[in-house]
Design a protein around this ligand. Sequence first.
Ligand SMILES: Cc1cc2nc3c(=O)[nH]c(=O)nc-3n(C[C@H](O)[C@H](O)[C@H](O)COP(=O)(O)O)c2cc1C
Length: 366
Amino acid sequence: MRDVKSKLLPDQNFPLCLAPMVGLSHVVQRKIIQHYMPKNATTFWPTEMLNSRRLPKEVLGINSETFVDMSEEHREQNIVPQILGNEEIAIRESIIRLQNVWDIKGVDINMGCPVQKALKHNYGVALMGDSDYAARVVEYAANATQKLSKKIPVSVKLRAVGSSHSIPELISFVEKLVNAGADWITLHPRSAEQKRRGVADWNQITELKKNISVPVIGNGDIQIADDVIKMLSETNCDGVMAGRALAARPWMVWQLGEKLNFDSPVAYQNQKAPMTDLEEGAEFGRMLLMYIELTEFYFKEKIKMSEGLILRRILFFIKTTHVWLEFGHTLMAHSTRAKTLDELKIYVNNFFENEQRMYQRTELRQ
Ligand SMILES: Cc1cc2nc3c(=O)[nH]c(=O)nc-3n(C[C@H](O)[C@H](O)[C@H](O)COP(=O)(O)O)c2cc1C
């Protein structure tokens, strides 16, 4: 098993991709995962959710959410940004703009965001409450992609329908989206009430895949490379998306690549991916230092973000990912005390001077 079952993008050959996550799925996270990608493996890359009401007027690249590296040496490829919205003109203008500036290869519509602000404006998961309205939003996006010099696919990322997780309801909802122009669907099978806790109901992915004509990407409860293989074979989905665990264990793409017979990453030619709890613990330390350095490079030098804000961003990353480390709470407590990036680097170096163990699994709470 090497190729993704049906290619979502023409040159895609790798079945795992990063999930859009506010505050996390930015250029630094993409670059870190890319660093561990098997040689010649290609997938697509999300952005954090971008508000279509703001995008048309926003100066792209001056904050971390909208920074995509388009420089000749480090150019990012296969960007499929996620947009949040429900208005025709805003969606159209956003898509045209993103295509012009980042050469995007697709656009994803958020139908899963459960925060109050999204509900108030009637987008995010609120769209799942009204299938005709949701279909109209997909149609706005699909029509906009027709206006581009080259048509790009439209995907929709959604949650389980209602607290009852009704499969017939889910299928009829998605059929409407497909008829309106959705080219693939990503399903995070937790309801809005579950937020990101509790078990993701993979059976919904299986049933959706069986019953709709477009590719399905599964998301939820992926913590290790074997989970990716398991989701692909159990649900027959076309690709897998991982968020929190892929941020904590970005070398999961390398581990998965080994199982799928890809070559090792360019930076680790002929080496084996970290596997044991100690190897992974040590890699976490190296990765975190690389994360801090890349954050300095992009957010401090390019975006000119203040050191205080940068520290807050890195702390958010540590807060999300430390739960996979045996003594992650100590790392978190120490990092919180850092007043400067240099101090943070010293804390991180000191912490990882001692052997650290990384868990394969942890209870996902946030
Ligand atoms: C901090 C954070 C921010 C998130 N932001 C978004 C978002 O902007 N758009 C979205 O569709 N989902 C968002 N999600 C949900 C993830 O994309 C994903 O569906 C969820 O975390 C389950 O996958 P995981 O268990 O692999 O993390 C976010 C999740 C986290 C943890």
